[in-house]
Write a protein that binds this ligand. Structure first.
Ligand SMILES: Nc1ncnc2c1ncn2[C@@H]1O[C@H](COP(=O)(O)OP(=O)(O)O)[C@@H](O)[C@H]1O
Ligand SMILES: [Mg+2]
Length: 348
């Protein structure tokens, strides 16, 4: 087993901004500390600067002057990628098509002048770890997308990099495969104890893989936190909307009571005046018409098996989405009451 335990290198990004030669400002000055052995996920919409940040960590891109990248106690800002000992996995596998699986995995080891014996034992370990033994003699174009990505991971890990950088490695795969490989990557990162930076625009991927998530927007860090913090305590409306589904209910507060289109909600200690509250679909329940906080009309019913997702109009200005037990049946047009768990209400 390739053991990277105790090899968890910390990464410090200090005031790294990036302006491309054409003037594009891809990254505002960013500072971030990634602990040794930690998996940090950069999450955000396309174009927000995730790849640029990853490439700065890798040494494929240099930050604007003043920016620094540190690996443990070493300032690596001026070090090119080949001297940073990072492993990289991309969305497009970037494997050598003219080499077979074994040769692809062995490539980095040979470059680094490992002995023949060592190369072959490492390759064996990698084939084991990624469960691709039977593919060892195939060429890359004889592999499926999922298999290619396993080979790419094996090749990146074989050299025992200090840091593993992954840029949307699952994006090109179909949903089922994506889920399966995500589980494997999760296990792999935990077993190796390697420091990993994982870029994705997929929030489910970010939530399941990240020890911490860095939510990015327009070249800026919107929030850094554990998946639970990001989900339950979003710092601003962008983060709240980007992660999961968030309901918005607007109205006017008077004497601690919010009056909205479909009813009223008691709030603690909110000044009088207009307000918008936010809550998750699972923080609301369907109650009786008449004595619930809000009254509305079901306009959409999505049976998901274990739960049913209801779209409810007229409760607020915007439709409200509520999730309820799958066993209960609803029809469109039906009038329902909606109650909100008051402890789960967010005001940003
Ligand atoms: N080489 C480049 N030259 C000019 N602009 C670039 C270059 N690379 C990326 N960009 C721009 O920088 C911004 C951030 O890009 P990127 O980091 O690739 O975003 P993401 O990975 O989050 O989708 C985008 O507006 C993109 O068009
Ligand atoms: Mg990208």
């Amino acid at each position: 087993m390739v053991d990277s335990r105790g090899r968890g290198t910390s990464i410090r990004i200090r005031e790294c901004a990036k302006t491309f030669p054409d003037g594009t400002r891809a990254l505002e000055p960013m500072s971030l500390e990634i602990h040794g052995g930690e998996t940090v996920v950069f999450l955000g919409p396309s174009g927000c600067g995730k790849t640029t940040t990853l490439r700065i960590i890798a040494g494929l891109e240099s930050p604007d002057s003043g920016g620094q990248v540190w690996f443990d106690d070493e300032d690596v800002t001026a070090l090119p990628i080949e001297h940073r000992n990072v492993g990289m996995v991309f969305q497009s596998y970037a494997l050598f098509p003219n080499m077979n699986v074994e040769e692809n995995i062995a490539y980095g080891l040979k470059i680094r002048k490992f002995s023949r014996g060592e190369v072959s034992s490492r390759v064996e370990e990698m084939l084991d770890m990624m469960q691709i033994h039977e593919l060892r003699h195939r060429t890359i174009n004889q592999l499926s997308g999922g298999q290619r990505q396993r080979v790419a991971l094996a090749r990146a890990i074989a050299v025992q990099p200090k840091v593993l950088l992954l840029d949307e490695p699952l994006t090109a795969l179909d949903a089922l495969l994506r889920e399966r490989l995500r589980v494997d990557i999760d296990r792999l990162l935990r077993d190796l104890g390697i420091t990993a930076v994982y870029v994705t625009h997929d929030q489910a991927e970010a939530m399941s893989l990240g020890d911490r998530i860095v939510v990015m927007s327009h070249g800026r860090v919107a929030q850094v936190g554990t998946p639970r913090q990001i989900y339950f305590e979003p710092r601003d409306p962008f983060v709240a909307d980007f992660i999961g589904t968030m309901n918005r209910l607007s109205g006017v507060v008077e004497n601690g009571v919010l009056t909205a289109r479909g009813g009223s909600v008691e709030l603690d200690e909110h000044p009088d005046g207009p307000i918008e509250i936010l809550f998750r679909p699972e923080s609301a329940t369907i109650g009786n018409t008449g004595n619930s906080m809000l009254q509305g009309r079901v306009s959409g019913v999505f049976f998901l098996g274990d739960r049913t997702r209801l779209i409810i109009e007229e409760a607020g200005e915007e439709p409200v989405i509520v999730e309820t037990a799958g066993s209960r049946e609803f029809e469109t047009g039906q009038r329902v009451g909606v109650d909100i768990d008051r402890d789960a209400i967010l005001v940003l």
